[in-house]
Design a binder for this molecule. Structure first.
Ligand SMILES: Nc1nc2c(ncn2[C@@H]2O[C@H](COP(=O)(O)OP(=O)(O)OP(=O)(O)O)[C@@H](O)[C@H]2O)c(=O)[nH]1
Ligand SMILES: [Mg+2]
Length: 221
């Protein structure tokens, strides 16, 4: 990766600043979209239990903070998990970690992904990889930000969304192939988690895949 990183300021074309009249109105109630767009940093670990669909199956989800200072809290949750969903944002390929301005955010995600793939406690746990913030990646590329300035190995590939998405995805897949147990299921999705419709489809799809895996492992399929 290159070294000329921009400061890690959340880059938001859809900022609340465009919506000041609405959100400062006296009886303002946040919409689902407002909640999805709010930035609430996870401190420690938070547990959420919710039904995913009408089948009655509930997910018990542990949301762990991604900041470096929060990562020590992950390990106790590695015992007894049915699945790990790892969200790696694709758009900050030109940004540095707030905790360490020398480290590229995308490079950091690749390092954590490698740690998850190699972790012995997790070797049989299915991994779901969300390559997220694809909308912001698209916007950045349309605005002309050059990937190769920040990710030198991108070379002289075409600087468009499809090429960059494919290239970043191949980097995560190469790590998975090299470091992960071959039998372990790994499902990769390109996501934009602020889009409720597509995210809900993807979550349902992930649930189906995990159910199939469970049935296979219990020899019912
Ligand atoms: N445009 C866009 N924004 C997103 C997407 N996913 C998350 N965000 C926004 O990114 C910000 C950070 O999201 P969080 O979910 O708080 O990030 P996090 O990874 O949980 O961060 P920590 O809690 O610090 O680990 C929020 O303002 C979200 O609305 C996406 O796919 N597209
Ligand atoms: Mg969080």
């Amino acid at each position: 990766m290159g070294t000329r990183l921009t400061p890690c300021i959340e880059w938001r074309p859809d900022s609340f600043l465009n919506d000041l009249d609405r959100i400062t109105a006296p009886r303002y109630m946040p919409t689902d979209d407002d909640i999805l767009r709010a930035r609430i940093k996870t401190i420690g670990v938070s547990e959420h239990i919710f039904p995913v669909d009408k089948s009655g199956v509930e997910w018990r989800l542990y949301d762990v903070g991604g900041a470096r200072t929060q990562r020590h809290a992950w390990i106790p949750y590695f015992d007894n998990v049915d699945c790990i969903i790892f969200l790696a944002p694709l758009s900050p390929f030109d940004q540095a970690l707030p905790e360490d301005r020398k480290v590229n955010c995308l490079e950091d995600s690749l390092i954590i992904w490698k740690e998850l793939c190699t972790n012995k406690l997790l070797e049989n746990v299915p991994l779901v990889l969300f390559l997220n913030k694809s909308d912001l990646l698209r916007k950045k590329l349309e605005d002309g930000v050059q990937v190769s300035r920040f990710v030198v190995s991108f070379g002289n590939r075409t600087n468009d969304y499809e090429t960059a998405e494919k290239y970043f995805r191949s980097k995560f897949e190469a790590i998975r192939r090299q470091y992960s147990n071959n039998d372990r299921p790994v499902f990769t999705h390109i996501t934009s988690c602020i889009n409720q419709v597509t995210t809900s489809d993807i979550i349902n799809h992930v649930q189906d895949l995990l159910m199939r895996e469970n049935l296979k492992n219990s020899s019912l399929m």
